[in-house]
Structure formats: structure tokens, C-alpha cells
Design a protein around this ligand. Structure first.
Ligand code: 13P
Ligand code: SF4
Length: 307
């Protein structure tokens, strides 16, 4: 029986295989630390989408969840996009289907549709412009419309509405199970325990949680704020994988996860072994049918151009 390789030799094997395949490795900020550390690019959804569109590698390994790999494939159709765990989905993305969106649009003729990037390729194909947590407010503002259909995340939609009171946000009733489970009381307890800490929260949180935060930001915006801020302590109201990046971005500062900590089981599926195995062949290549990809591309390209 062969021995299980240690993390260092596995990481070296991954880097060698990536070189041989002319592949770049992208990891989302919530990935396991060893997966983040082996990646060429670690980022939020918007950064990963932009980097996929700009990459000149033959293949992209997307260590994240399915909608991120589909987004990369749609924006870079000539590249092979590999998702190390084909079973890594996003429950929120499954909360609205294309037939449901088509029906909803028909009920609101003429109202522009903005969909969070955490959605399927088929849903994006029916969307005017996608957004991520990093540019959601800017995307909706850019439309200059009095009403917007927004989904699937009602919490992000409410956050946008709080920033743009002139826009009526018509919301789909979806959410992220990880962020939506955080209560105001849990945040209040953390603030009592750490009164000098800044509260940084993701806009997928409930409105009362976002309202209690000092800053509501995408994951990479949190990394930048932690590095740039005068504050030394932060209460981190997002998935616990971000703590790895926060400690690297701002060594010496203190970061407090909520208790119990927030874990996205789908983001945690990907292990270094899966990244290695993805590079061995095309078995984990993402396929988006041409007619879906062609219809979805414009909404994603607009997304990458805003904010
Ligand atoms: P970011 O784009 O802010 O990294 O968020 C992605 C996500 O899935 C949050 O749950
Ligand atoms: Fe989806 Fe929530 Fe996991 Fe992000 S944290 S991938 S929104 S389930």
C-alpha cells in the first residue's frame, strides 16, 4: 500500500502537474488553507471571474463551487475549466431555476433582471446583468431603473435596497444557509466579548446583522480592509475559510470568528488530492452547452466591467 503523501509533497506534485498542463489554479477565499496556498490566484467571485477572462493558460482549475467554474467557462469558452469536486455546489444557486425566473419575468414585464453570480448558467442566460457581493450596489445603480428584479439572495437584495433607497428591489426568496443562520444576538455577544473589534460582515447576512456591522463587504474587500485599517481586532461574520487569508493579509492583527464558526460544507469538499486528480485528465471538466453559454455571456461580461 502506498503512503499518503504529506501536504508539502502533494502541493509540489500539484504545482508540477499544473506546469505540465499549462494550467492556472484559482481558489476562492473560503477554500481550505492548503488549497489556497497552492493556488496561483486566491480571490472573491468577482476577482476569479475577471482573472478567468484575462488568463492566457490552456486550463483553469477552479477550486471553489460549481457556479464559479461555470462562470469561468462562460467567460473563457476556449479553455478547459476543471472543478476538482463536481459535487461542490451552492445551495443558494439552486434556489431559483430558469423556468421559475422566466415565469417571474413574465409577471414583471420591462423590469430589468439582476442576478447574483451565485446562480446557474441557465438562470444567467435569462439575466440582464449579473453581480457579485463586491459590485452589487454599483451594478444596480448603473441601471438607473426605478425597479429591479433581484435574486436569488434576498439578504443581498435588501442590502442593495438599503444603499439605494430610490430603487424598488423586487426580491426572490433565496438565501445562503451559512450566512442566513447568523443571528443578531450572536453578533451582539461577540461585540460584548470584543468591544474594540470592528465587525466585518458579508452582505449575504440577515439585514439586522448587516446593520450591526461596521463594514459590509465581499470576501476580498474584507482582506483589503483588514490590511489597511487602523483597527487591530475584527469580528469576522463570514465563512471561516477567510481567516486564513486575513491572517496572511494582516499578520499580527486579531480575527474572531463567530461561535460556532461558519462553515460552508460545499467549499470544504475540495482537498489537495482533488486538485491533483483534477489535473490528471479532463474527467472534471465543466461543460456549459453553447446555447446557454452564449446567452449568459453578456450578463457576466457586464458584471466584470462594473465596480
Ligand atoms: P465573495 O464573492 O464575496 O467571495 O462571496 C462568494 C460567496 O459564495 C459568499 O458566500
Ligand atoms: Fe453558497 Fe453560502 Fe457556500 Fe457561498 S457560503 S458557496 S453562498 S452556500
Amino acid at each position: 500500500m502506498s503512503e499518503t503523501p504529506d501536504t508539502g509533497s502533494l502541493a509540489a506534485e500539484v504545482r508540477m502537474l499544473a506546469r505540465e498542463r499549462d494550467a492556472v489554479i484559482f481558489a476562492h477565499n473560503y477554500q481550505r488553507p492548503e488549497v489556497q496556498d497552492v493556488a496561483d490566484v486566491v480571490g472573491d467571485s468577482l476577482e476569479l471571474a475577471r482573472r478567468a477572462a484575462a488568463s492566457d493558460a490552456s486550463a483553469i482549475v477552479l477550486a471553489g463551487v460549481r457556479f464559479m467554474a461555470e462562470t469561468a467557462k462562460i467567460l473563457a469558452p476556449e479553455k478547459t475549466v476543471l472543478l476538482p469536486r463536481l459535487d461542490a455546489g451552492c445551495p443558494m444557486a439552486d434556489m431559483i431555476t430558469a423556468p421559475q425566473l422566466a415565469y417571474w419575468k413574465a409577471e414583471h414585464p420591462g423590469v430589468p433582471v439582476v442576478m447574483y453570480v451565485n446562480s446557474s448558467a441557465e438562470v444567467k442566460a435569462l439575466t440582464d446583468v449579473c453581480c457579485t457581493s463586491a459590485n452589487a450596489v454599483a451594478v444596480v445603480r448603473s441601471l438607473g431603473a426605478p425597479q429591479v428584479l433581484f435574486g436569488p439572495d434576498r439578504n443581498l437584495g435588501r442590502w442593495i435596497g438599503s444603499q439605494l433607497p430610490e430603487v424598488e428591489m423586487i426580491l426572490w426568496d433565496g438565501c445562503c444557509p451559512v450566512h442566513d443562520a447568523v443571528t443578531f444576538e450572536r453578533v451582539a455577544e461577540a461585540k460584548d466579548a470584543h468591544p474594540d473589534a470592528l465587525v466585518i460582515a458579508h452582505p449575504e447576512c440577515l439585514p439586522e446583522v448587516s446593520a450591526a456591522a461596521d463594514a459590509v463587504l465581499s470576501t476580498s474587500q474584507m482582506l483589503r480592509l483588514a490590511a489597511a485599517s487602523d483597527a487591530d481586532e475584527f469580528i469576522v461574520v463570514t465563512e471561516e475559510g477567510l481567516l486564513h487569508g486575513l491572517k496572511k493579509a494582516a499578520p499580527g492583527k486579531r480575527f474572531y470568528p463567530l461561535a460556532p464558526s461558519m462553515v460552508c460544507p460545499n467549499m470544504k469538499r475540495t482537498r489537495l488530492e482533488d486538485v491533483r486528480d483534477a489535473l490528471l485528465d479532463d474527467a472534471r471538466a465543466i461543460v456549459v452547452p453553447d446555447e446557454v453559454a452564449d446567452a449568459a455571456r453578456a450578463s457576466l461580461q457586464r458584471m466584470t466591467e462594473i465596480g
